[in-house]
Structure formats: structure tokens, C-alpha cells
Design a protein around this ligand. Structure first.
Ligand SMILES: Nc1ncnc2c1ncn2[C@@H]1O[C@H](COP(=O)(O)OP(=O)(O)OP(=O)(O)O)[C@@H](O)[C@H]1O
Ligand SMILES: [Mg+2]
Length: 350
């Protein structure tokens, strides 16, 4: 007796009755008879499958039933294979479409990077003239000026410098996004780099009421670094430290041995801090933590993205930890230079 729980080909193949009629194996009245018989058996509590009903009623032999079911399975398999082929074809077409969209996107990205590079260079040329003439005026080289006039020129100089920094950031960003950020590694004294940065930022920190501190381990050796790019990185981290630290706070720059082969640089501030869950966002280009921050603190949000790209181009990584409301600590390591201290050292030894 057939049982309903057993997985037979008849269960897998739907609409067997219709198929048998279509194929001329049984007639329409045969099918009706078998269906009625099925109903009766169901009522008696001994249900049978349709195929079995046809066999029980001698409307179909067991062999005919098996071969009809097998044929149906073969048809089903070939239909499945067709569907698979169709699906593969569609996946193929969609992949090709996506690839061409990606290609277009990277062309557009390239265009954008070229545009940013060109426009930045175009902006820098007139700015160089403006800065040059401001310097001549402020130093009385073009005639004596009153203190008030000089003050006005000094304010203009500050703004011109801000503009210049912005343009330089954009140029560096466009180089980085074209994969053209070149790094010139040479033995470098990072303590000198840090001292120079601190000197250049002292007046800004003073104005803001933030104090700058340095702490160096004894006998820090030279490291392998691009002196200009690392100076830019340190300056940028200190700039952020000052910017995001309220009056009365401090920014500390430490240079320490991580081990014999690595020197660790840390820039720590006692400022507003960054929420833990938002730490990864701050390295994304043009990303500032919120729009009110943009208005309060200014800037473009390019700084940390460039910092990260420069540090990674040195084969290192920048990390950050922060406690909201208490400050932030940024740090990275640079490898000790294997060449002995010599005349090609970037910057002079202390
Ligand atoms: N030391 C810090 N303390 C608190 N938040 C910080 C600090 N440094 C960065 N951030 C957050 O990360 C964001 C991104 O920093 P990033 O230096 O890339 O941009 P920015 O300083 O806003 O602008 P830009 O550097 O272009 O002048 C900042 O806008 C700020 O929200
Ligand atoms: Mg910044």
C-alpha cells in the first residue's frame, strides 16, 4: 500500500493526472474515476496517490506509471536546465552592465580628481602674487604705511595663508585620489619636525588659550620618513588638537621608543573628544562629525583623510582613541632609519 509519508517520484512531479491525459495514456473519464476512488480511500482513512489509484483500478499498469513519471522527471530536469541557462545569461549580462557602470564611475572620478588638481593649481598662481605683494607692503618695501594699514594687511596675510593651506590640501587630496602621492623617504629627525611644528603653531595656540607641550625620550634616532609630509601630518594633528580643545586645555606631542626599531609619535589633547562609535568616520574625506561643528570650527574635513593616506604610504597606520568630553589621542609609528646619521639627514641634528 502506498503511504503518503514516503518520498516517491509522484510526489515530486505535480499534476500527474493532467499529464497522463495529455499524453493519451489515460482518458478524461479514467482520470475522474481515479480521482473519485482516491476520495473514497481518503474517506476510509487509507489514502492513496493518484498513480496508485490508476494502477489499483487497472487503468494503467505499474510499468506505464513508472515510465510516465520518469518521463515527466526528465522533462522537468530539462526545464530546470533551461532556467539555469537563462539565469546564467542574465547574471552575465548584469555583470557586464555593472562593469561598464563601474568603468564610467572611475572615469568620472578621474575627471573629478583632474579637475580638482587643475583648479587648485590655477588658484595657487594668483594667490602667490597676492601673498608676495602683501609681504612687500607690510614690510614697508613699497613705502611707509600707518599701523592701521599694516594691521589690515596682516589680517589679509592670515587669510591668504588660510587659503593657501586649503589649496595645498586640495592638491594633495587630488594627488592621493589619483594614486600619485609620492613619498620621498630619507633619514629624518622627528624631534626637529615636532619642534618646528610647535614653533609655527605657538601663536595660534596662544590666541586660543591652549598650551602646547612636547616630551621626547632621550636619544631618539633618525627615522625613515618624508620630512615634508610628516611635518604636514604632525602640523595637522596639532591643528586639530588646538581647534577641538577649549580655552585652558592642552595639546601634548610625545616622541617615544616603541621598541628598538620603531619610534612612536603621539598627539594628545584635552578637548571635546569623539564618540567611540564615530571614530572610524573621522578619516573619511570631507567628513566632519556634524554640521554645527562645521560652522563652529571651520575646515573642510580633508585633514585626517590625508593624514591617514600619508601615514599608510609610509607603511604605517594611524590610530585614535578618545573619551567624549575629555580629549583625543592620535598616534602612529615610524621605522628607525638603518642608515647612519649623515649629511643627507633632513633637518639638522640637535
Ligand atoms: N582632536 C580632535 N578632537 C575632536 N574631534 C576631532 C579631532 N580631530 C578631528 N576631529 C573630528 O574629526 C573631523 C574630521 O577631522 P579633519 O581634520 O579631517 O577635518 P577638519 O579639521 O574638520 O577640517 P580640515 O582638517 O580640513 O581643516 C573633525 O571635523 C572633527 O569632527
Ligand atoms: Mg583638521
Amino acid at each position: 500500500m502506498a503511504t503518503t509519508s514516503k518520498l516517491t517520484p509522484e510526489i515530486l512531479v505535480p499534476r500527474l493526472g493532467e499529464y497522463l491525459v495529455q499524453e493519451g495514456k489515460i482518458t478524461e473519464p479514467d482520470l475522474k474515476k481515479a480521482l473519485a476512488y482516491q476520495q473514497d480511500r481518503l474517506g476510509e482513512g487509507t489514502p492513496v496517490l493518484l498513480g496508485q489509484a490508476l494502477v489499483d483500478l487497472d487503468l494503467l499498469t505499474k510499468d506505464e506509471l513508472d515510465s510516465a513519471v520518469t518521463e515527466q522527471i526528465i522533462q522537468l530536469r530539462s526545464a530546470l536546465q533551461d532556467a539555469n541557462r537563462n539565469l546564467e545569461q542574465r547574471v552575465h549580462e548584469r555583470t557586464a552592465e555593472l562593469q561598464s557602470a563601474l568603468q564610467r564611475l572611475s572615469e568620472l572620478n578621474q575627471l573629478k580628481a583632474n579637475f580638482v588638481a587643475n583648479i587648485s593649481h590655477e588658484l595657487r598662481t594668483p594667490l602667490t602674487h597676492i601673498k608676495g605683494y602683501l609681504e612687500l607692503l607690510v614690510t614697508d618695501s613699497l613705502g611707509q604705511l600707518s599701523n592701521e594699514q599694516k594691521h589690515a594687511l596682516k589680517v589679509s596675510q592670515k587669510s591668504a595663508s588660510k587659503l593657501e593651506r586649503l589649496i595645498d590640501d586640495l592638491i594633495m587630496f587630488s594627488l592621493a585620489s589619483r594614486g600619485e602621492l609620492s613619498i620621498q623617504l630619507a633619514p629624518t629627525d622627528v624631534t626637529i619636525v615636532v619642534d618646528n611644528v610647535v614653533r609655527s603653531m605657538e601663536s595660534r595656540a596662544d590666541e586660543k588659550g591652549v598650551s602646547l607641550h612636547t616630551l621626547f625620550d632621550e636619544n631618539i634616532p633618525l627615522v625613515q620618513a618624508d620630512v615634508q609630509k610628516i611635518s604636514w601630518v604632525v602640523a595637522h594633528l596639532v591643528d586639530n588638537g588646538i581647534k577641538f580643545t577649549p580655552q585652558g586645555g592642552r595639546v601634548g606631542i610625545n616622541v617615544r621608543f616603541e621598541d628598538k626599531r620603531l619610534i612612536n609619535l603621539t598627539v594628545a589633547d584635552t578637548g571635546i573628544g569623539i564618540p567611540q562609535e564615530r571614530l572610524p568616520e573621522i578619516f573619511e574625506p570631507f567628513h566632519q562629525l556634524d554640521s554645527s561643528t562645521t560652522r563652529r570650527y571651520g575646515g573642510t574635513g580633508l585633514g585626517l583623510s590625508l593624514v591617514q593616506q600619508i601615514i599608510e604610504a609610509h607603511g604605517s597606520q594611524i590610530t585614535v582613541r578618545s573619551t567624549l568630553g575629555k580629549g583625543a589621542v592620535f598616534q602612529f609609528s615610524l621605522p628607525v632609519s638603518s642608515s647612519p646619521a649623515s649629511l643627507d639627514v633632513q633637518g639638522k641634528r640637535r
